[in-house]
Design a protein around this ligand. Structure first.
Ligand code: 5GP
Ligand code: ZN
Length: 116
């Protein structure tokens, strides 16, 4: 279920420290180590899934809970009015650098669109 070399699996095993903002039985949320906005957090499943290409209908519930966890966190830190962005990069061409699915929560500053 976990990968021995994956950075985010190491965070799940607490081998690498992180600032945890959300935890339940299936998901972990923690602050991004290189924040691109005043709020920049990552929400990950507790199982090693490399990209969203690997998710089928059976995984839809987990993915839905991942989004809801990030939305609840956005509300809890007061971003629901001003707005925030949820980003899930898939593959190197889209900027994915850690191959364990993660949903970025970004907010706390104006976010331009399109992202470039
Ligand atoms: P990606 O570009 O794959 O969508 O995003 C990976 C994110 O993980 C980046 O924003 C990067 O700053 C973050 N990151 C990489 N390594 C670590 C780490 O060891 N700890 C934390 N908290 N974030 C990390
Ligand atoms: Zn992993």
């Amino acid at each position: 279920m976990l990968d021995k070399d994956c950075i985010f699996c190491k965070i799940l095993r607490k081998e690498i420290p992180s600032e945890i903002v959300f935890e339940d039985e299936d998901l972990l949320g923690f602050k991004d180590a290189n924040p691109q906005a005043p709020v920049h957090e990552l929400f990950i499943p507790r199982i090693h899934i490399e990209t969203i290409n690997d998710v089928d209908r059976e995984g839809a519930g987990l993915l839905g809970r991942l989004f809801v966890a990030a939305v609840e966190r956005a509300k809890a830190v007061g971003l629901s009015e001003e707005g925030y962005r949820l980003v899930l990069n898939c593959g190197r061409g889209a900027g994915q650098t850690v191959f364990h699915i993660h949903l970025h929560l970004l907010g706390g500053r104006p976010l331009s669109w399109p992202p470039g």
